[in-house]
Design a protein around this ligand. Sequence first.
Ligand code: PRP
Ligand code: ADE
Length: 191
Amino acid sequence: MFASENGLKGDPRLEAISQAIRVVPHFPKQGIMFQDITTLLLDHKAFKHTVDIFVDRYRDMNINVVAGIEARGFMFGPPIALGIGAKFVPLRKPRKLPGEVISEKYVLEYGTDCLELHVGAVQPGERVIVIDDLVATGGTLKAAIRLLERVEAEVVECACVIGVPDVKGQCRFIGKPLYVLVEPREVDECF
Ligand SMILES: O=P(O)(O)OC[C@H]1O[C@H](OP(=O)(O)OP(=O)(O)O)[C@H](O)[C@@H]1O
Ligand SMILES: Nc1ncnc2[nH]cnc12
């Protein structure tokens, strides 16, 4: 669900977060309105609002693991993990993790890819939230959930800064609760 429909209706932090995201049309290919969160990271207030909202939501939910998806989930996951007292586990692209891994392939808006998890990083029964910057088709989150469920973790929720409006039908997308802060921006007036 969107944060604006779940306790944060009218919260000015959501607008500040949205405004800090740059839209780059036709990147990395024609027709994609790329949502660039590097400009959100440049705005320390908007970046802090983002982390604070997730920390407030998850701090009392007995979360053991924050699993961040490469690459942009690595920017939001670690401060959230520190804020809620959980461990951070990277879900990485192929051939980046040096230890024994399990892998899941998935389809993207612009290609195919694969995520890997270190065997032993997450224990059976541990409660996990999965963090990424953006959900579009949900294919990446679904691969992350499959990886974590293969090691018998409990995926409590997925959390993204940006989500296409269709994610309101969240269970159809990924089969797990999904918490999203803002919708993608259409045009870019600020940058
Ligand atoms: O919901 P989906 O359709 O699966 O798309 C969302 C994913 O796409 C982007 O990552 P990308 O694969 O471009 O990788 P990057 O973060 O390494 O650039 C984004 O950061 C999400 O991980
Ligand atoms: N429109 C988009 N902007 C940024 N990252 C994305 N990943 C998939 N679609 C994207």
